[in-house]
Design a protein around this ligand. Structure first.
Ligand SMILES: Cc1ncc(COP(=O)(O)O)c(C=O)c1O
Length: 445
């Protein structure tokens, strides 16, 4: 008997999530630039083997057993970017199967090592990070080849309806119950698309107004588990017409947000959680009543060798902790964010913009500015503010607004301008995203 209230279980399998034993939903507080929209992270590393894919591994195995398709030799083979393999390997141990996983040697060493530790037979191949179905030498083709032998069975998460069904049966109902039916936006990173399809379908059946939003990485990305649009187009469960929004997030933004989630929220989120959240912040407007749930597929511990490539200062011999000076700066930024004299909500900023024609300084990189910016804003990237201070108005009482993408970097702009003596300067909360979402005038150049 499994007792979820006491958390006493007959075996490790009893820990698998269900509506009675959901993975946690945790509100994000510090990395969210919103005033109204509530954002919750669903922490999927609370699955027994460490990732969202445990749900899929379990359901595919149960389904195959029910259908009696696993042969007497009880050998499974599966192409994987790691997490499905990890879940399957452990369930194979529980149920007396053997597991062979075919995977790319670009998958982080930690995952490949853990697969071996869990007892899987690991076939490493020169393949893309995400196995491509059409690559003749790739992990998927190799798994198919092995599965042609009668003693092997391939569950095939890329095509098996038991993959989205796992989320329809568990992830969706959990979210619906945990939010007491108030969820308005559901956000997931896209890999096989099992998560978004199954959970999205369940939530829309409860409330057709739930917005289902997908996030994918850029072409050539380095985030295990998720796929670029080109890679997604080759998978069976990618149905973008069923999503209300789809957005691309670059590695840099995903890894930086992963870092912030760990340091500012103390949530041990992995890189694809950073990706999903970055997409959520792009797509979801800041409005009363909005309740967003973002899937955080796994924790950062398996990605040491990835994060060290993408984030400065983490390698051996590099500075291991932030200096007091950096901590002081971070505190100044947080104080600025909370100071109503130094920030302005987007509606009030717009009113000011119409009536007083303040100087609007866009502090983002030129590329971002060129793509779209608040109408009439001048571009001075943050790094150039110091050198270009002679371009700033002489009158220190001139109303000035600083703006960036989401209202974070513009806080540094406010600090700098205030230090120069400007007395009427504020950062637009929510940044260009919020401005655009309100339908206020923007331009590109
Ligand atoms: C580590 C990991 N696995 C898998 C997925 C994708 O899930 P799915 O294959 O259900 O689309 C993600 C999505 O962000 C992920 O980060």
């Amino acid at each position: 008997m499994n007792d979820h209230s006491l958390r006493v279980y007959d075996s490790i399998v009893g820990l698998l999530p269900s509506v009675d034993n959901p993975t946690p939903l945790v509100r994000l507080n510090r990395v969210i630039p919103f005033e109204h929209t509530e954002v919750y992270a669903k922490l999927e590393w609370y699955n027994p083997f460490g990732a969202i894919k445990d749900r899929v591994a379990f359901n595919m195995m149960r389904d195959a057993e029910d259908r009696g398709v696993i042969g007497a030799d009880r050998n499974l083979v599966e192409p994987t970017s790691g997490n499905t393999g990890l879940g399957l390997a452990m369930l194979a141990n529980v149920n007396g199967y053997s597991l062979t996983t075919t995977l790319s040697n670009q998958i982080p060493l930690e995952k490949r090592t853990m697969l071996r530790l869990f007892g899987a037979d690991v076939v490493e191949l020169e393949d893309d990070l995400c196995p491509a179905p059409w690559a003749p030498e790739g992990a998927i083709a190799r798994a198919h080849e092995i599965a042609e032998q009668p003693e092997f069975h391939m569950l095939n998460q890329y095509e098996n309806p038991a993959n989205p069904e796992a989320h329809y049966m568990t992830t969706g109902p959990e979210i619906w119950r945990q939010t007491e039916g108030t969820v308005t936006h559901f956000v997931a990173g896209l890999g096989t698309c099992g998560t978004i399809s199954g959970t999205g379908r369940y939530l829309k059946e409860q409330d057709p107004n739930v917005q289902v939003l997908g996030v994918h990485p850029n072409e050539g990305h380095d985030i295990p588990g998720v796929r670029s649009v080109r890679q997604l187009e080759q998978t069976r469960f990618f149905h973008p017409d069923e999503y209300e929004g789809l957005v691309e997030i670059h590695d840099k933004e995903a890894f930086e947000l992963c870092l912030r989630l760990n340091r500012e929220e103390s949530i041990t989120a992995g890189p694809s959680s950073g990706l999903a959240l970055a997409g959520a912040l792009r797509l979801i407007p800041d409005e009363p009543g909005n309740v967003a749930v973002v899937i955080f597929p796994d924790s950062v511990f398996k990605y040491a060798s990835s994060v060290v490539k993408h984030l400065a200062g983490l390698g051996p011999g590099q500075a291991s902790s932030r200096s007091k000076r950096e901590e002081l700066f971070d505190e100044m930024i947080e104080n600025t964010r909370a100071n109503p004299d130094l920030t302005i909500d987007v509606a009030s900023a717009h009113e000011l913009w119409e009536k007083q024609e303040p100087l609007v300084i866009d502090v983002r990189d030129y590329d971002e500015y060129r793509e779209t910016h608040v109408q009439g804003a001048v571009s001075i990237p943050l790094e150039e503010l110091h050198d270009r201070r002679s371009e700033l108005p002489e009158d220190r009482h001139t109303p000035v607004l600083t703006v960036c993408q989401r209202g974070n970097i513009s806080l540094s702009g406010v600090l700098f301008l205030t230090s120069l003596g400007y007395q009427n300067v504020r950062s637009i909360t929510g940044g260009t995203n919020a401005w655009q979402e309100m339908g206020y005038a923007t331009e590109s150049s």
